[in-house]
Design a protein around this ligand. Structure first.
Ligand code: SF4
Ligand code: SF4
Length: 336
């Protein structure tokens, strides 16, 4: 039975919310994972352009202050996206993080400029930075998700700590392909692909599926965004992949989790959505176990999550994550 600490934002507190947030960190013992001689990474999602439903920078700033007061230097980190938005390349991602108010600590993109920098952990393509850290803070926004039912700590770890190629592996049964109508034959991708998988064939540029390793780096270098992939993996397969990657991302690491069950949007922070929230704000949860904390969040908003996508069994990711050794589902709530 894992302790999950709960700051209930539906209650009235005598102190301001950041002071109560300090208490959550203190009581849960989150700063015990700090390694004073090493910098402390905070894995987060800064939101996609035009999306406002991500974890508020004010909380992350406060966490940074607490980490600094405890003797370590904090930095923020995330990976490049698979889709061609504002975060698909490291420099653009950092610009967006600053625009969204995450300008108080250095931002390091964990899978490099083009998203092709990774280490293999138990067969998962994990962004290389996470192969070099022994401890980290994982800050997640808990909300609905089109394919997985919900997205929380496991999604932030599994999809969020994967390199671009790892994300491709989870989302697609196939390899990337060149969309002929968009391609201007600039040949940048051919020069980039060290595996020699992209070739000119007559008047077209094509990817040889047998040679391609699925690193997905070419998708970032194409100036026309002509290299695409099919979103053809089923919900169950994606949830299984997320759970496997999450277990690999945290292997041999100390990780402290904060889940924000506020601004509970119907879709993930990568979406621009104007849909109404699916539930009122609930609170902030803290734990050392990604499965317990997601299970506790799910239990708190189970009705709205299940109503959102009744065809999806949102608990599959929890069951797989437990099976792969990422953590355990049984928990006990400790109120702050
Ligand atoms: S063609 Fe395949 S191996 Fe080459 S860069 Fe693209 S995804 Fe990587
Ligand atoms: S980088 Fe893009 S536009 Fe240039 S040849 Fe490759 S697919 Fe075509």
């Amino acid at each position: 039975m894992v302790d999950v600490y709960f700051l209930d934002l539906r209650k009235k507190y005598k102190k301001d919310v950041l002071t109560v947030f300090d208490k959550l960190i203190d009581v849960s013992g989150g700063l015990k994972i700090l390694q004073k001689k090493s910098p402390s990474g905070i894995k987060l999602h800064v939101g996609e352009a035009e999306n406002v439903n991500y974890v508020k920078p004010g909380y992350v700033r406060r966490l940074c202050e607490l980490i600094e007061d405890a003797g370590s230097k904090p930095f923020l980190t995330d990976t490049t996206t698979l889709y061609a938005g504002r975060r698909y390349r490291a420099d653009l991602h950092i610009d967006l993080a600053k625009e969204h108010g995450f300008d108080f600590a250095p931002m390091i993109i964990a899978d490099g400029l083009y998203g092709d920098d990774y280490v293999e952990i138990d067969g998962a393509k994990i962004a290389s930075l996470f192969g070099h850290v022994d401890a980290m803070f994982c800050v997640s926004h808990f909300k609905g998700h089109l394919v997985c039912g919900f997205g929380g700590a496991l999604k932030n770890l599994g999809m969020g700590c994967a390199s671009k190629g790892g994300k491709l592996e989870m989302h697609s049964q196939s390899k990337p392909f060149v969309e002929v109508d968009r391609c201007t034959q600039c040949l940048t991708c051919i020069e980039y692909c060290i595996h020699g998988a992209i070739k000119r064939k007559g008047e077209e540029v094509v990817i040889d599926k047998k040679t391609c390793t699925g690193c997905a780096g070419c998708m970032s270098v194409c100036p026309e965004k002509a290299i695409r992939f099919s979103w053809d993996a089923a919900s169950s397969e994606i949830q299984k992949g997320i759970a496997k990657y999450a277990a690999s991302a945290v292997k041999d690491k100390k990780v402290f989790y904060l889940n924000f069950l506020v601004d509970i949007s119907p879709d993930c922070d990568c979406f621009i959505t104007s849909e109404p929230m699916i539930a009122p704000d609930v609170g902030i949860l803290a734990s050392f176990d990604p499965v317990s904390i997601d299970q506790a969040c799910y239990d708190l908003v189970k009705g709205p999550i299940d109503n959102l996508h009744p065809e999806v069994d949102a608990q599959e990711q929890l069951a797989y994550a437990e099976k792969f050794g990422a953590g355990e589902r049984a928990y006990e709530i400790k109120n702050i």
